[in-house]
Design a protein. Structure first.
Ligand code: PRX
Length: 644
């Protein structure tokens, strides 16, 4: 352990005024981060805070050695937090588990031992396909402990999606469960995994967690029950945490982009941990006695950063809930808040809008006075949802921390800072960039736009939580994030600043949809659709939806000899669900004779969006690069007519 590492007690940095603090972070990033990264426990301190010699491949805390599992667990078991509760877990059927830091530490060590016994080494990839059960963070931390790279695949994805992610990461081990509870039903997760396993030659062993007791098919010498493996591991097994380089990948997480294939976002260990640690502190001001509930699924980045790594590093008590928000009744969440005295809840606007529909009487049935802060993430929060959340859930007492960020950014980027100084909130605005974030709203030429004007959101300087690259695809990393505005990170989002300098996030500027806060690429859906024998061409657009924010709508041109029957439409919807997962389900499929295209053959996507959303075309001069105004108008009218 380095002498320069501060003890846990001295991690608190006196709060300065937000602006002054932010300015320092931008003017002297190296000084700022060399102070702040010391809140973590390093086995060896870095030689250089930021290596910017090969942009955009920025490297943070170069030369430093660290371990994520050590920072999440070992640091606490040497203190009074040893028997503090790390997770209060509630299963959908109502069963509960309370897990202390010491218990978590012991389980993680034992699972790490199992992985080691299976031959998993530093740098090997392990895929996790698990529901929201405590074994999910346990296995992630066990991987981190031995320097293996985890790749968590959301348990709502299909076997096909799982297979492509396993193959891209070339994982050796798959960890899954016999089933998952969802809305009172059992999802046959192992069965879905078995479909994937037919296509994934790299997998040597499969570990299966028993959750539902469902009967599953176990292949000899490949599939092992976790509880049986654990029975062979001593309760006090200790596995030395591997001191990995700061830049060693902690995990890969696949997310949708503008091409058909999901991107493997690769996060570092040191920079990522420093970023998730500090962003939680700045944004939410977590305190020792808090009961923190990030109501996301660990299958998404929100859960990685703010259910697993950051809250554990802070030694917080977290709630983890397995099931659907409205099962068996629409007040399931409110009953959880009341039951455990949750003090901070962090969720997505789509959930709020769904609760709004059920009516406030469900909220009123519960005493939510323990809450002190509310959080929002995943999509723009509309003022109606903001006000409802503020009034009915927060009792007009709790600030709403609207955090803008992305899978790629690792942690919050633009957000109110309850932990530094809370600027007056404006419903629907994520307020200001956090320390270390130099954000700007620019036009196509990279020039800053005027207050009130819409532009593209870019980040001008590297930050510790930034993705390192895309797994095995550095060219695509440069192309996607650094080509549009050379030298700057392009977020793919529209934004606006108002005359007070507040940031307003205005949704995606690219071909990515946010469906119930989940990210899904229109081209990903299109490539699935065209893989169906009857489909010649397909185009997908997002349609505004009062609860989900957006839903995908598909336009399909059939091959010769196929008729536009309702049965075919249903077949196609089912096919997409099976190929990707329920989140990709098209809300509607229109059979059309041709797709509106520019002369060079590009689909006029914004036109499709206007058509499905029943909106006027708006400013057509900037609608498509190549098509003439007349052409676009004609295509729009033709399409509208065809759909009537
Ligand atoms: O469009 C933005 C939207 O979600 C995108 C990132 O999606 P994903 O990588 O799945 O990460 C979601 C969780 C961090 C962004 O490009 N987004 C996320 N948070 C907000 C948001 N849009 C507006 N306001 C937010 N608070």
């Amino acid at each position: 352990m380095s002498k320069e590492t501060l003890p846990v007690e001295s991690r608190i940095i006196p709060v300065k005024r937000l602006e002054e603090y932010w300015e320092r972070s931008i003017e002297d990033p190296e000084g700022f981060w060399s102070e702040h990264a010391r809140a973590l426990q390093w086995f060896k301190t870095w030689d250089k805070v930021l290596d910017a010699s090969n942009p955009p491949f920025y490297k943070w805390f170069v030369g430093g050695k660290i371990n994520a599992s050590y920072n999440a667990l070992d640091v606490h078991i040497k203190t009074w937090r040893k028997n503090k509760v790390a997770y209060i877990w509630e299963g959908e059927p109502g069963d509960t588990r309370v897990i202390t830091y010491y218990q978590l530490y012991k389980e993680v060590n034992r699972i790490a031992k199992i992985l080691k016994n299976m031959g998993v080494k530093k740098g090997d990839r392990v895929t996790l396909y698990l529901p929201m059960i405590p074994e999910l963070p346990m296995v992630m931390l066990a991987c981190a402990r031995i320097g293996a790279i985890h790749s968590v695949v959301f348990s709502g994805f299909s076997g096909e999606s799982l297979a492509s992610r396993i193959n891209d990461s070339n994982s050796k081990i798959l960890i899954t469960a016999d089933g998952a509870y969802r809305r009172g039903k059992i999802i046959p997760l192992k069965e879905w995994a078995d479909k994937a396993l037919k296509l994934t030659p790299s997998i040597e062993s499969v570990i299966v967690v028993r959750r539902t007791g469902s009967k599953v098919n176990m292949v000899e010498n490949r599939d092992y029950w976790l509880h049986e493996l654990l029975a062979g591991i001593e309760p006090d097994t200790y596995v030395e945490p591997e001191p990995v380089e700061s830049t060693h990948p902690l995990y890969i997480l696949y997310t949708s982009g503008t091409t058909g294939k999901p991107k493997g976002v690769e996060h570092s260990t040191g920079g990522y941990l420093a970023w998730v640690y500090w962003t939680l502190k700045w944004a939410f001001d977590p305190r020792e006695e808090d009961v923190w509930w990030c109501a996301a699924d660990i299958g998404w980045v929100t859960g990685h950063s703010y259910i697993v790594y950051s809250p554990l590093m802070h030694g917080l008590t977290s709630i983890m809930y397995e099931g659907a928000p409205d099962y068996p009744h629409p007040d399931r969440w409110w009953s959880i808040i009341e039951k455990y005295g949750v003090t901070i809840i962090y969720t997505a606007p789509t959930a709020i809008r769904a609760f709004m529909r059920y009516g406030e009487e469900w909220v009123k049935k519960h005493d939510l006075s323990s809450l002190r802060i509310l959080g929002s993430v995943g999509e723009p929060i509309n003022p109606e949802a903001w006000n409802w959340y503020y009034k009915n859930v927060g009792g007009e007492r709790c600030p709403i921390i609207d955090t803008w960020w992305q899978t790629e950014t690792g942690g919050f980027m633009i957000s109110p800072s309850a932990g530094v100084e809370l600027a007056p909130l404006k419903p629907g605005s994520a307020t200001f960039p956090l320390p270390g974030i130099d954000a700007e709203v620019v036009n196509d030429n990279g020039k800053r736009v005027e207050p009130g004007e819409r532009g593209y959101l870019i980040i001008k300087k590297p930050w510790p939580g930034m993705l390192q690259t895309l797994w095995k695809d550095p060219e695509r990393y440069v192309e996607v994030y650094y080509k549009k505005f050379p030298g700057f990170y392009y977020t793919g989002d529209y934004a606006m600043r108002d005359s007070d300098g507040y940031f307003w996030l205005l949704g995606r500027a690219d071909e990515v949809l946010k469906v119930a806060a989940h990210r899904i690429g229109t081209t990903e859906l299109e490539s699935v659709l065209v893989s169906y024998p009857a489909v010649a061409e397909a185009a997908v657009a997002g349609k505004a939806d009062p609860v989900k924010g957006e839903v995908p709508v598909a336009f399909v041109v059939l091959r010769e000899g196929y008729s536009p029957l309702n049965s075919l439409r249903e077949e196609l919807v089912k096919y997409v669900r099976n190929q990707i997962g329920p989140i990709a389900t098209p809300a509607n499929i229109f059979f059309v004779d041709k797709l509106p295209k520019t002369r060079s053959g590009k689909i006029m996507r914004r036109l499709l969006k206007s058509v499905v959303s029943d909106q006027p075309l708006g400013d057509i001069t900037t609608l498509e690069d190549e098509a003439s105004v007349e052409e676009i108008k004609k295509a729009y009218d033709e399409l509208k007519k065809e759909l009537e």
